[in-house]
Structures are given as C-alpha cells and as structure tokens.
Design a protein around this ligand. Structure first.
Ligand code: PLP
Length: 492
C-alpha cells in the first residue's frame, strides 16, 4: 500500500496509473504561480523569441523517457525551454496580425476546463457544457444587439465556422449532394461570392467542400477596400448566364488586411433577391458591435443566415473560441446530422452539438467565454474595445502628421495600415518598408506585421491585447521613426 497524498487517496500509481494526489496538487500550485508570474512579467521578453529554426528541437532528447519523470522536472523544462521560446501573443507589444489575449478570467476557464476534461459531443456526455455553450452564445447575441432567431455554438476557429456556414448553404441549395456527393450526377458548378479582400479561409472552405478555389468569385472592391455591390450583382448575373449555380455571399466586416467593411445590407439585399445564403465574416471585428456607436458598421447583419466572430481575437478569450451564429441552426444540422446507434440517447428536446459539424468530440470552450463576459461585464468589454479604437486613432494621427509616413486605409476599428514613403523610386519603397518592419521587430518590445494593398507593401499595427497601453504604441512609434531615419540615411 502506498503513502497517502494530501487528498487522502492511495499513492497507488501502480494500481490506478495516476500520480499521487499530493504531488498533483503541489504541481498545480506551481503551475498557477508560473502562469501568474508569466502574465505579470511578460514584458521582460522580446515579443518574438530570438531563436533560429531547429533550436528548440536540438535541446530535446531524441527518444521519450523510459521511466516517468517528476512533475517538477517537467515544469522546470517548461520554464527553461518553452516559455522563453514562444512568440508572446500575451505581450502588450504584440501588434501583429490580429491579437489573441490570454486574459485572467479566460486562463482560469481554460484551466478548469482542462481539469474536468469534458467531452460534450452529446447533451448526455456534457450536460453543463452543452447548456452553458448555448446560453453563453445567447448572451453574446444579446451583447451584439442581434435578434432572437440567431442561435450559436462554438467552434475552434473562424475557418471552421465559415466552412460550416458554406456547407449549410450548399445543403440548402442542393440537398442531394449530402448523399450523392459532387460527382456522379449532373451538379452545376457552385459559386460563393466574397470580396477580393475576404480571408483565405473562404477558399479553404470551398476546397474542402468540393467547390474548388474556382468556386469562390472574388468581387472587386472600392477605394476603401470594401466589396462593390454593383460588381457583386454583375458577377452573379454572369455566373447564372454561364450555367453556374450561385449559392452564397460572404460579406466581411473587418477584413484581414485593412479591416474594411463590406456593405452588408446591400450584399444581403442581393442575396435575398437571388435566393442565396448570406454569411457575415466578422471574425475580428464582431465584438465591436458590443459598442452601440460602432454598430453602424454591422448594419444589415441582422438579416444574415450566419455570422462568425472570434472571441479569441478581440474579446480577450484565449485560443480557441469562434462563435457561429445561425438564423436557422436546423439548416446546418440537416447537412451534418448522423446518429448511429452508439450515439443514440433517451433525452428529447436537447441539443447534441456533434450534429452541427463533422467532428464528433468537442472540448469545453464555453467556460472561458462565460468567465470573460462575467469578469468584465458588458460595460468592461465596451470600455476596453473603445480604448483600443481610441489608441488606434491616436496612432493614426501620429502617422498622418509625420512627413515621410502615410496612412493607407481608413481606421474603422483598432488596426492602422500605414507605410513609410521615403524619397525613393516606387519600386524600392516596398523593400524599404520591409526592412523597416524587420528592424522594428528585431528591437524586441513590439511586433508588427504587413500586408499588400493596391499591390504595395503596407505595415499593419493591430491593437487587440487587453494589456496594450499608450506607452506601447509610443515605443513602437519611436522605433519606427528612428529606424526610418537610420535606413533613410543609408540609402543613396
Ligand atoms: N476571417 C477573417 C476576417 C480573419 O481575419 C481571419 C484570421 O485572421 C479568419 C477569418 C480566420 O480565423 P481563424 O484563425 O479563427 O480561422
């Protein structure tokens, strides 16, 4: 008989396979300290670790250990090898891509969800997780000012949420495809419409769903990088004339490159006239609708068939958490529901979440979102989102006033697209901006990313981390101006 841990259970690792309760508890306390220390002190690290490809693997033993190691050794190696060598998305100087924040309530939710290890494929296998997921999605719907028919569930990413929306659109247009597939009988070419600035996840969805990348018609944009409704109408008419079958329109609120806003109401009116599914990709910007003064950007989304937004982007929820809101969830269920005998349960009138997509198993993501919404409240969320928009406006003003820099897109939310405009031939300006970004990022305290707009390389400053303050933007701006001056002096 082994010794007793503090939980009063047998050491008994030979019998149960699990470690002694006392050792587990001590390790969890140490892990909690590691996390708290990390969050408090993350600024001691450069945002991007200064390592080369292969450096991490070179420090790992080639083969797994034959004998189990103490949890203390695991935690020590985590602190030595992993923590310093991640790109620190939790760093307030992380201004690249779109942020994701491991906020305190979000991290707590993740920790507790790991502890209970829920698997809510059926209501029966996860009653509280299933009901909390439905409920917290309804809270989100209310926060966003969306009407009641919308019901939501949580996926890993917006890529999956958009794929599901397009799958539902395909099923509504051609229910036979579920059984027959896209081959073997005369299915017309199916087409999805999205702006030229829509995210690549839409193409990945059509690849996965058998429409191919040629099944996405990229609709031209106006000078603000928003979809042109006239061009959308023309594209639909062209395809119908050519015998193709339009099935869905994707309107983006907050495009990846410049956070442009497609005219959702106009796209929706066209979609309705043409009998097409309207999907709104608000993966990044969606949370902004919590602020009434920003809701005008979303006008018309209340008439969509589906909407995706990612609390793991701009709602302070740790990876991963993407909410898909559906006007008629049964449309998605019809596309995917399969209930083999081993999944049949007695409960009636419950939601079995596995029926809303291809995966069976699902992890418990609602807990962290519940914690985030409760810890900050609607008011706290609004305050933080507004602060980020105000910071972005301030940065945009600095850029606008500075000779040698220019803004290249409107700033509707918390992202600023800009570039240096040195006295160089246009062909050399992209290389200059690329060097500028590399120098600023190499300094350590901030991390920017880039995109292309109108064929020109553009720098992006994206605010979304809950810990980002004005001083981080000031550091970034100083680094940019100093590096631009240095590089300018070096160029002939
Ligand atoms: N849609 C938009 C507008 C995005 O900007 C992104 C990612 O940045 C995505 C979809 C894909 O997000 P995810 O990583 O959750 O799949």
């Amino acid at each position: 008989m082994g010794e007793k841990g503090s939980g009063g259970r047998d050491r008994g690792s030979q019998e149960t396979g699990e470690l002694p309760a006392g050792e587990v508890r001590a390790a969890l306390h140490r892990a909690a300290d590691l996390v708290a220390d990390y969050l408090e002190g993350v600024e001691r690290y450069p945002v991007v670790p200064r390592i080369r490809p292969g450096d991490v693997r070179a420090q790992l033993p080639a083969a797994p250990p034959e004998r189990g190691e103490p949890l203390d050794a695991l935690l020590a190696d985590y602190a030595r090898l992993i923590e310093p060598n991640v790109t620190h998305w939790n760093h307030p100087g992380f201004l690249a891509y779109f942020a994701t924040t491991g906020s305190a309530p979000g991290v707590l939710g993740e920790l507790l969800a790991a502890g209970i290890n829920a698997q809510a494929m059926l209501w029966r296998t996860g009653p509280a997780p299933t009901e909390l997921e439905e409920h917290v999605c309804d809270w989100l719907r209310r926060l966003l000012g969306l009407p009641e028919p919308f019901r939501g569930h949580i996926n890993d990413t917006a890529s999956m949420s958009s794929l599901l929306a397009i799958a539902a659109a395909r099923h509504r247009a051609l229910p036979d495809v579920r059984e027959q597939g896209l081959t073997g009988h005369a299915v017309p070419r199916l087409v999805v419409y999205a702006s030229e600035h829509a995210h690549s996840s839409i193409d990945k969805a059509t690849i996965t769903l058998g429409l191919g990348t040629s099944g996405v018609r990229r609709v031209p944009c106006d000078a603000t990088y928003a979809m042109r409704p006239v061009a959308l109408a023309e594209a639909i008419a062209d395809d119908r004339r050519a015998g193709r079958r339009p099935i869905a329109v994707v309107a983006t609120v907050g495009t990846t490159s410049s956070t442009a806003v497609d005219p959702v109401a106009a796209a929706g009116a066209l979609a309705r006239r043409e009998g097409l599914w309207l999907h709104v990709d608000a993966a990044y910007a969606g949370p902004a609708a919590v602020c009434p003064e920003l809701r005008h950007h979303f006008a018309g989304w209340e008439d969509a068939d589906s909407i995706v937004l990612n609390p793991h982007k701009w709602m302070f929820t740790p990876m991963d958490c993407s909410v898909l809101l559906l006007r008629d969830p049964d449309a998605l269920r019809a596309a995917f529901s399969l209930v083999p005998e081993y999944l049949r349960t007695a409960e009636r009138g419950v939601t079995n979440l596995n029926e809303y997509g291809p995966q069976l198993g699902r992890r418990f993501r609602a807990l962290k979102l519940w914690f985030v919404i409760r810890a900050y409240g609607a008011e706290g969320l609004r305050t933080r989102l507004r602060a980020h928009c105000a910071l972005a406006r301030a940065f945009a003003e600095w850029v606008d006033r500075e000779p040698g820099f220019e803004l290249v897109a409107p700033v509707p939310f918390s992202v600023v697209c800009f570039r240096a405009v040195p006295h160089l031939p246009p062909a050399e300006q992209d290389a200059f901006n690329e060097r500028l970004m590399a120098e600023v990022n190499a300094a350590g305290p901030v991390f920017l990313s880039h995109t292309k707009l109108d064929g020109r390389l553009v720098l992006r400053l994206a605010i979304g981390n809950i810990r980002t303050e004005r001083r981080h933007l000031e550091t970034c701006w100083t680094l940019l101006r100093e590096a631009a001056a240095r590089l300018g002096a070096q160029t002939p």
